[in-house]
Design a protein around this ligand. Structure first.
Ligand SMILES: Nc1ncnc2c1ncn2[C@@H]1O[C@H](COP(=O)(O)OP(=O)(O)O)[C@@H](O)[C@H]1O
Ligand SMILES: [Mg+2]
Length: 382
């Protein structure tokens, strides 16, 4: 679809982009990533001829873009930049409709398109079409930037650090939005980012650049598993490359259980569950020794029997881990018994914490650099 053949961009003797070869396929999202000054923006802007290459050939669908009228070319390539570039004196609808108008679409057609695009990114057209950019939040403005690039339905979209000015929440939302839109629209998207997590999340293939050259091109999986050299390894972060043998110790990933004393009533039990948003309680004696577990269904089933205490309905027979077990033991037991969590005790059967399915997922995710919460200790809820 987009083909770079031995393309360079020089400023005097300096190579901003140095002899790159790259084939971007139809319908894929390619992330250009690398340190500042590595030539990402230059590479991107050569695609819509905002920058002319000094050497080599760029073609789109087999046609050399050098032979095309640059204005016409740009109308068929959506372009999203970091600071949206919405025109402040124009309404949102007019901003979105810029290219459709240039393409001389009928007014009714482009107005309908504006509404459709606003709805697509969750902005009510009735409310937003006549507003001005300054009346929108940064995240909303950036959404408009994205749908403006989609307005005339171009087959190619270029994005240059489109979300990097946003707060982390808007940023995540917009990333999700782009993934969702792409599943529907199947555009060919080239986007520049310096955030490897963003690239891994959104891109089908990642193109890692350094000093104007391509260091590695591959799927996120390929790059994470087989970084081409130390530069890539460092760039993607060593912490992502965790292997099973480097799994953390069981004791380091224990989460804090919600516990209750055996002599409490069922209403108290339900109350503690509700308060702590859990569906089971670990029953411990006054020495924090593990006695049993009670799930919300057990309480439900016996709730009418007012004289019953938690110790009367608790399960005493369930899998338990000792603190000398390993994380692999935990994974094995949790899968074997199909339980949501396992209590972990010491040699005196004192409760140290829980390993949950969710915390195991966290550990796995942590091998890929995602943050993980670590709690420890025991506190009794009732
Ligand atoms: N007009 C220019 N004149 C001279 N050098 C430039 C010009 N534009 C970009 N460069 C240089 O080219 C290199 C690549 O720039 P750019 O593609 O913007 O990097 P990135 O987007 O990866 O941060 C940088 O070293 C930059 O300083
Ligand atoms: Mg740049």
């Amino acid at each position: 679809m987009i083909h770079f053949e031995d393309v360079s961009k020089t400023y005097g003797d300096f190579h901003a982009v140095n002899s790159i070869n790259l084939e971007i396929k139809k319908g894929e999202i390619v992330a250009l990533i690398g340190p500042s000054g590595s030539g990402k923006t230059t590479t991107l802007k050569m695609i819509n001829r905002l920058i002319e290459q000094s050497q080599g050939t760029i073609s789109i669908n087999g046609q050399n873009i050098f032979t095309q009228n640059p204005i016409e070319l740009r109308r068929n390539i959506g372009y999203v930049i970091q600071h949206v570039g919405l025109l402040p004196h124009m309404t949102i609808a007019d901003n979105i409709a810029i290219v459709p108008k240039l393409k001389k679409w009928e007014k009714t057609v482009y107005l309908q398109r504006v509404d459709e695009l606003l709805a697509m990114v969750g902005l009510d057209p009735e409310i937003y079409r006549n507003r001005y950019p300054a009346e929108l939040s940064g995240g909303q403005q950036q959404r408009i930037g994205v749908i403006r690039a989609l307005a005339a339905d171009p087959p190619i979209i270029l994005m240059d650090e489109p979300f990097s000015a946003l707060d982390p929440i808007s940023r995540e939302q917009l990333q999700d939005e782009v993934i969702r839109l792409q599943q529907k629209l199947k555009k060919t998207i080239v986007f520049v980012t310096h955030d490897i997590d963003e690239a891994i999340k959104i891109a089908d293939r990642i193109c890692i650049m350094r000093n104007g050259q391509i260091v590695q091109l591959g799927t996120p999986e390929q790059i994470l598993r087989h970084p081409a050299n130390d530069f890539v390894r460092e760039f993607i972060g060593e912490q992502r490359m965790g292997k099973l043998e480097t799994l953390p110790d069981l004791k380091d990933i224990l989460i804090k259980p919600i516990t209750a004393r055996p002599n409490r009533g069922l209403a108290e039990g339900i109350n503690a569950m509700r308060k702590h948003k859990v569906d089971s309680l670990v029953i411990v004696d006054q020495n924090e020794k593990l006695m049993g577990i009670v799930g919300v269904w057990e309480i439900q089933n016996h709730f009418d029997e007012e004289h019953l205490l938690l110790e009367d309905i608790m399960r005493r027979d369930f899998p338990v881990l000792s603190n000398t077990n390993t994380l692999s033991d935990a994974i094995y037991l949790i899968s074997k018994h199909r339980v949501a969590y396992l209590p972990v005790v010491n040699a005196d059967r004192e409760l140290l914490g829980l390993i949950t399915r969710a915390s195991l997922v966290d550990v796995m995710a942590n091998q890929f650099g995602t943050s993980q919460q670590r709690n420890g200790g025991v506190s009794t809820a009732c």
